[in-house]
Design a protein around this ligand. Structure first.
Ligand code: DSN
Length: 431
């Protein structure tokens, strides 16, 4: 099918634009732009990057191989790439106040795997937050390589309030003596207590690894405490609250620099994605501005307002609210599963994901909760005043999620379409 829409001259004329060369993919890119524009995006791990970040991503840097690190490469022609990577490294170090940064890791999971490779050996005991409690697959969950190749022990949250119990973490760490302790995760609506984790890691003789993928932008913008000074190793993706391209970084004290660099290359990866490195540098530059600080605080203000509006409408929030960009809703009291709710909301142009809640009696593919985040809508310019309306739409759609009442869903979809019009997104023409 693709062949019928790619013009015959593709190989002889490489300068033409996508729309003139491949109508099928051009249409799909266009469709996705329209979809992203026409919906309210509440996926906690997503964002809209700037045009500048997209420009760097779509640059000639994609053409270059550069195994190694600046000044120590295995290919020639690195005069420019060395500068690009050095700028990204220096910006990361300055923004987060760290001694070392590696900007080559392809994404969050490979970045975390590099931490294991650098600081532990297969079979060693490692410790992280259980996935259903809000952790990440790569923090030792059993289906992940990190749970299969290492002896992973997992902490959770308290049943009463859904929060991490540092006493439990300490007890487990002292009993199991892990090499690594991961803190952070993917569904944690509360402040991560880096200092408390650091004390425990020191007592247990473990290296503390802070996975700040979700909150990196909040940390950079001063809207969440920093792990620097507490965690010796910090891993993060670059495309969530940090609002960069899809990618990741590792940061650390000088002590772990060499081991981490070696684990990334040649341990796990070949050539870095230089176009991504450039885009990370751009995003880090943007994140160092006063504008970004305001953005980070607005993300949290929006999440708190949205959480309050949902509580007012009788939604049951894990931990009762939020300190950051993320809200985890247990829909059990609403009598609907997370999956049908998320699917009905998607039909209504409100995009989020179904998610397990702590102690979830349902299966991960059909769990009890939904996860909501405000980074993307905040990028679009939405503020506290808009949150009650979003909560109202969520409430109306969740109420008909099981019945699939099209009148309500169609009405909300139309209202959302009108609502988002004054809020443009980079890379999509304002209608
Ligand atoms: N997939 C990411 C998230 O949505 O949180 C974590 O890897």
């Amino acid at each position: 099918m693709t062949q019928t829409t790619v013009t015959e001259t593709t190989l002889t004329d490489l300068t033409r634009r996508l729309a003139d060369v491949d109508a099928e993919i051009a249409r799909l890119v266009d469709d996705e732009g329209r979809r992203q524009h026409d919906s309210i995006r509440l996926i906690a791990s997503e964002n809209y990057v700037s045009q500048a970040v997209m420009d760097a991503t779509a640059s000639v840097l994609t053409n270059k191989y550069s195994e190694g690190y600046p000044g120590r490469r295995y290919y020639e022609g690195q005069q420019v790439i060395d500068q690009v990577e050095t700028v990204a490294i220096e910006r990361a170090k300055a923004l987060f106040g760290v001694e070392h940064a590696n900007v080559q890791t392809y994404s969050g999971s490979p970045a975390n795997l590099a931490v294991y490779m650098a600081l532990a050996s297969p079979g060693d005991t490692v410790m992280g937050m259980a996935l259903p409690a809000g952790g990440h697959l790569t923090h030792g969950w059993n289906v992940s390589a990190t749970g299969k190749w290492f002896r992973a022990v997992q902490y959770g949250v308290r049943r009463e309030d859904g929060r991490v119990d540092l006493d439990e973490v300490r007890e487990l760490a002292l009993a199991e003596r892990p090499k690594l302790i991961f803190c952070g995760g993917t569904a944690i609506p509360r402040t991560i207590e880096f200092a408390g984790f650091a004390e425990i890691a020191a007592e247990a003789g473990a290296v503390l690894v802070a996975d700040i993928a979700h909150i990196a932008g909040l940390v950079a913008g001063g809207a969440h405490p920093t792990p620097v000074g507490h965690a010796e190793v910090i891993s993060t993706t670059t495309h969530k609250t940090l609002r960069g391209p899809r990618g990741a970084m590792l940061m650390s004290t000088a002590e772990h620099a060499k081991a981490l660099d070696r684990a990334v290359f040649p341990g796990l990866q070949g050539g870095p994605h230089n176009h991504t490195t450039a885009a990370i540098a751009v995003a880090l530059g943007e994140a160092a501005t006063a504008d970004f600080q305001r953005y980070a605080h607005q993300i949290v203000a929006n999440a708190k307002e949205l959480a309050a509006a949902l509580v007012e409408r009788g939604f049951d929030l894990v931990t009762g609210g939020t300190d950051n960009h993320l809200i985890l809703v247990d829909l059990t009291s609403k009598g609907v599963g997370g999956k049908p709710a998320a699917q009905a909301l998607d039909r209504a142009a409100i995009e989020l994901n179904y998610n397990s809640v702590p102690f979830d009696p349902r299966k991960p593919f059909d769990p009890s909760g939904i996860r909501i985040g405000t980074p993307a809508v905040t990028t679009r310019g939405l503020t506290e005043e808009h949150m009650p309306q979003i909560a109202a739409w969520i409430d109306q759609v969740v109420a008909v999620a099981e019945s699939g009442d099209d009148t309500v869903i169609d009405r909300v979809r139309a209202e959302v379409g009108e609502f988002v019009k004054p809020f443009p997104i980079p890379g999509w023409p304002t209608p």
